[in-house]
Design a protein around this ligand. Structure first.
Ligand code: COA
Length: 249
């Protein structure tokens, strides 16, 4: 009986080509590998998404909560036609992107989550996900929304996305925007970079293990600390005053 119910609950994925791994050099000289993961690797990613549930800044909390749920749904077969790509530097997880195929022609961009800041890693991961929909799967357009002002700047403004406000997006029913093939063609060479094949050594390192992010976004250690707390002298000064008031050194 249980087995039969599971058969009904579990959606059957349609056939879409796998994502061919991609490679690029970041502005700091690090090599970034972006590759697709299967269900078996999802738990290795979830443990690094979970701490971000508590980071309000830049809307990491809501995005992390949704990514967690979407990845879990993929892992436990409760979502149809989803894919997950990870971006790694020497094995370290630096971004996660995911999406879904609505039908043969239309893609649904779900999320982009950067785990290392300041190098446009999130932007590169998003561009790669668009490349997957448009070039690899031959889709006509991808529906997109932004949950944060940074996301709005990166997707709606940088790609000059078209409004599809009559179409509710799967993320909360918000009005959709669309990246068409034409818009994507215009972004080639500027926003979309990278090459294939991934050098063997870099690919091996990426496949070996998904290593923890070394400098992930964190909640400020003191509520009064300035937003970029850890490295920010203003934040440290505020905390030092607090400690002095508490009689701590
Ligand atoms: C949106 C996102 C994927 C973009 O990633 P990214 O392209 O790697 O960009 P970063 O987040 O590192 O940087 C964004 C801006 O903050 C600045 N920044 C740099 N270092 C930073 C740091 N340590 N902390 C905060 N901001 C930083 C960057 O210089 C950049 O400014 P710019 O737009 O003028 O270039 C990422 O910000 C993210 O995951 N945000 C939370 C989740 C989210 O909003 N996802 C998108 C949903 S629509």
């Amino acid at each position: 009986m249980a087995v039969d119910v599971e058969k009904i609950l579990r959606p059957v994925d349609n056939d879409f080509p796998p994502f061919p791994p991609k490679y690029m050099t970041l502005s700091n000289g690090d090599d970034l590998v972006i590759r697709q993961i299967g269900r078996e690797e999802v738990p290795d990613v979830l443990k690094y998404v979970e701490p971000l549930l508590h980071v309000e800044r830049d809307f990491y909390d809501i995005v992390a909560a949704r990514v967690y749920s979407e990845l879990l749904a993929y892992y436990r077969y409760r979502i149809q036609d989803e894919y997950v790509l990870v971006a790694q530097v020497n094995g370290e997880l630096v971004a996660v992107v995911n999406g879904r195929f609505v039908n043969k022609d239309v893609g649904m961009s779900l999320h982009t989550l950067g785990l290392r800041r300041g190098l446009r890693i999130g932007a590169h991961a998003f561009a790669t996900k668009m490349e997957y929909h448009i070039d690899v799967c031959g889709q006509k357009e991808v529906l997109i929304v932004a949950e944060s002002p940074i996301g709005f700047r990166r997707w709606m403004i940088e790609y000059k996305l078209e409004k599809r406000f009559e179409v509710p997006h799967e993320l909360g029913g918000c009005p959709s925007w669309a990246l068409t093939k034409d818009l994507f063609d215009r972004a080639r060479g500027t926003l979309v970079i990278g090459r294939r094949p991934v050098p063997e050594k870099a690919m091996q390192k990426a496949m070996e293990a998904i290593l923890p992010p070394t400098d992930p976004p964190r909640k400020p250690i003191h509520p009064m600390a300035a937003a970029r707390a850890l490295y920010d002298q203003t934040g440290t000064a505020v905390m030092a005053q607090g400690w002095a008031l508490e009689g701590r050194k």
